[in-house]
Design a protein around this ligand. Structure first.
Ligand SMILES: [Zn+2]
Ligand SMILES: [Zn+2]
Length: 204
């Protein structure tokens, strides 16, 4: 299943995040240059990004490496895990977009997925992915109704959160796409005063 197909399937299941998912499905499969991306955003992007598309130039990409256009253009296909206890991507140094649970032996191993290059790396479940906290009792999980394979993981010490996608419970999940479906949990988490570790490509 491609990211676009997964985004469409999730948009039907989770209509509250439908628009965000459909847009993400388009940009997640994007493969082209800045001109192509500007055209795509003008065609299907939200108003805020359409304005930015008019101003995006190769120079503005260098000036804003974490801006939408730079992030889409610098993305690479995901590679599979290498063990490292770091909460920054071992490939590029960027914070994680979300957590991913994958089958390992009889259990599940937590991985973090890089918000910039989509690299995945194994990470201890008891640690906070945003701060040096290693006390499991300070880490909490919240589950949204109707989304059994998504949980929101929060740290009481630093107040940051990220979503964790359980690919054992939902083998068809594609973590960076499924993360968008947790939009309602983002709204809830921000209301509770939590701050996301890394906004996703569409700014949520
Ligand atoms: Zn990375
Ligand atoms: Zn923390």
């Amino acid at each position: 299943m491609t990211r676009r197909e997964r985004a469409r399937a999730l948009a039907e299941r989770f209509p509250a995040a439908g628009e965000a998912l459909l847009f993400y499905g388009e940009i997640a499969e994007f493969d082209g240059d800045l001109e192509d991306l500007r055209r795509l955003v003008r065609r299907v992007g939200p108003a805020m990004l359409r304005d930015a598309a008019a101003r995006a130039t190769p120079e503005s990409l260098d000036a804003e490496p974490d801006g939408f256009f730079a992030r889409v253009l610098k993305r690479r296909a995901p590679e599979r895990a290498r063990v490292a206890v770091t909460n920054l991507c071992p490939q590029c140094g960027h914070p994680p977009q979300c957590g991913v649970l994958r089958k390992e032996g009889d259990g599940r191993q937590l991985h973090l997925l890089c918000g910039r290059c989509l690299h995945e790396w194994a990470f201890p479940r008891a640690h906070c992915p945003a701060c040096p906290e290693t006390n499991e009792e300070r880490i909490g999980y919240y589950v949204a109704e109707g989304m059994p394979h998504l949980r929101t993981r929060v740290c009481d010490t630093c107040g940051r959160y990220l979503h964790v996608i359980d690919c054992v419970a939902e083998p068809e999940a594609i973590p960076d796409v499924d993360e968008i479906a947790a939009l309602a949990m983002d709204v809830w988490a921000v209301e509770q005063g939590w701050e996301k570790i890394c906004p996703n490509l569409i700014g949520i």
